[in-house]
Design a binder for this molecule. Structure first.
Ligand SMILES: NC(=O)c1ccc[n+]([C@@H]2O[C@H](COP(=O)([O-])OP(=O)(O)OC[C@H]3O[C@@H](n4cnc5c(N)ncnc54)[C@H](O)[C@@H]3O)[C@@H](O)[C@H]2O)c1
Length: 448
């Protein structure tokens, strides 16, 4: 069990400079966490090298990006993309003519989730085939990196990968019931998790979200040796999630989105970082706050704990910065609604006795209960409804602030990390906004 280590002090500026390299392992999406790291790396003059997960052709073949796709991705990244498909997972792997997991589940009906079975040994064989494919692609990536990165340059290898929901129709209705269902539609995450389909997800999340970090560290051994031998420093970072401390009822308190079933894989990721660190490889998992990205869209209600960031900014970043941001957020609310009522509504959920009964650090991650799911989803809907326009949400603005502040802290902290896993909570992120450089993050969009 990882010790709870929140970062309480802003890191010293790292020695990263022009000519050093950020390698992003995972793709960059417009509102994803990795934008913060890329932004900070660019600010300090680092070269950015990106990767791709590749694309699937209609016949299921995994391929690199086309010329156009690569061009688009390189424009978004502001750097070169190494065009080797790094998709992780095993849902589409067919071994020795045995149908893939996706193929086996093609006709599965959601109602039968508890009794579905797989051809004996096929899940394990597919998993091994997926691992072998990814490892060989990572080995090719390493060769390219050795060519691209000048000897002596410092390197930060940033892992952003997470996912693993098998690409089969049967999962979406079930996951929607777990994460968004109330009344008749509610499904207990624990029932699902203990079923054959839940256990498949467990294995797949471990492979994509956690074990990719191990494979990455292992398959870049030669790059590591070359970097160190030529006087450079190489460090690894990964994004974790293990709850976040946010302002609840006026003081900072650890809380978590429930039911975060991916949490088992996230703890495995922490173990991988600890193991690498113990072997002298600087590898750090940064446990980050809940924000809205492509990957978190399924977890309705995950955004509730983001609203109190406004309170943290008021507390840590000074009146002027807070007033500026609050005015910009107030403008997104319906007439008659206020930031104070929004914060009060979020706080009512986060401080509810029902949640206190369930959420616990030492036994995390918790499964949902019907009452908790209904309270969370109703709170989420009420908070959304306070907005004028459902496409202009305060949480989108707060998410941007979180990924930018997170990236800035991660890049510098990763140079000399205090532990193999650290938590970036609302307090430290808000504190970064206190100075002029940080305040620039609040004003980037010039919304007010
Ligand atoms: N969104 C949140 O609330 C939150 C909170 C804490 C940590 N994180 C973590 O931040 C990281 C980035 O996620 P994000 O929320 O910014 O979303 P995102 O959708 O922008 O990023 C997800 C990443 O996972 C990669 N990926 C997805 N499926 C993959 C597969 N099968 N094989 C290999 N790579 C795959 C994508 O290429 C992308 O780089 C993840 O590790 C995520 O768990 C997110």
């Amino acid at each position: 069990m990882t010790e709870y280590r929140p970062l309480r002090q802003l890191p010293e500026p790292s020695a990263y400079k022009t000519g050093d390299v950020l390698v992003l392992v995972g793709e960059l999406f417009g509102r994803g966490y990795a934008n913060g790291l890329v932004d900070e790396a660019r600010r300090v003059g680092m070269t950015i090298i990106g990767t791709t997960v590749g694309r699937r052709d209609t016949d299921g073949t995994l391929r690199p990006l086309t010329v156009e796709e690569r061009e688009q991705a390189e424009i978004l990244l502001g750097g070169k993309i190494v065009n080797i498909p790094l998709e992780a997972g095993f849902d589409l792997e067919s071994v020795d003519g045995v149908p893939s997991i996706a193929e086996q589940l093609k006709k599965a009906r959601p109602d039968d989730y508890a009794s579905i079975s797989f051809i004996e040994g096929s899940v394990e064989n597919a998993r091994q085939a997926g691992t072998t494919r990814l490892r060989s692609h990572l080995a090719e990536l390493e060769k390219e990196l050795i060519q691209l990165i000048p000897p002596g340059a410092n390197v930060l290898v940033a892992h952003a990968m997470a996912g693993g929901i098998p690409r089969v129709r049967v999962f979406m209705p079930l996951l929607n019931r777990i994460f968004k269902g109330t009344g008749e539609k509610y499904l207990a995450s624990e029932l699902f998790w203990n079923s054959p389909l839940g256990q498949l997800c467990d294995s797949s999340f471990n492979e994509v979200t956690a074990d990719t970090f191990r494979y990455l560290i292992e398959e870049t051994t030669a790059l590591r040796e070359r970097t160190t031998a030529s006087g450079g420093r190489i460090c690894y970072s990964a994004y974790g999630y293990h709850g976040t401390e946010v302002l609840v009822n006026g003081s900072y308190q650890w809380q978590s989105y429930t039911p975060y079933v991916q949490g088992f894989a996230k703890m495995r990721l922490e173990d991988i970082a600890a193991e690498a660190t113990s072997r002298g490889i600087p590898a750090t998992v940064y446990n980050c706050p809940e924000i809205q990205t492509n990957s978190s869209a399924l977890f309705l209600g995950v955004e509730i704990s983001l609203y109190p960031l406004l309170g943290a900014i008021r507390r840590e970043a000074g009146e002027e910065n807070a007033a500026h941001l609050e005015a910009c957020c107030q403008a997104m609310l319906k007439e008659g609604e206020s930031i104070a009522s929004l914060l009060e509504r979020a706080d009512r959920y986060l401080s509810s006795p029902l949640l206190a009964e369930i959420v616990d650090f030492s036994t995390w991650p918790q499964h949902n209960t019907r009452e908790q799911a209904e309270l969370m989803l109703a709170s989420s809907a009420e908070l959304m409804d306070m907005h004028q326009d459902q496409k202009q949400l305060i949480c989108a603005e707060l998410s941007r602030i979180v990924f930018l502040t997170t990236g800035r802290i991660m890049l510098h902290s990763a140079w000399n990390p205090p532990a193999s896993t650290v938590w970036l909570n609302h307090d430290i992120l808000a504190r970064l906004l206190a100075d002029e450089l940080g305040a620039g993050i609040l004003c980037q969009k010039g919304t007010v």
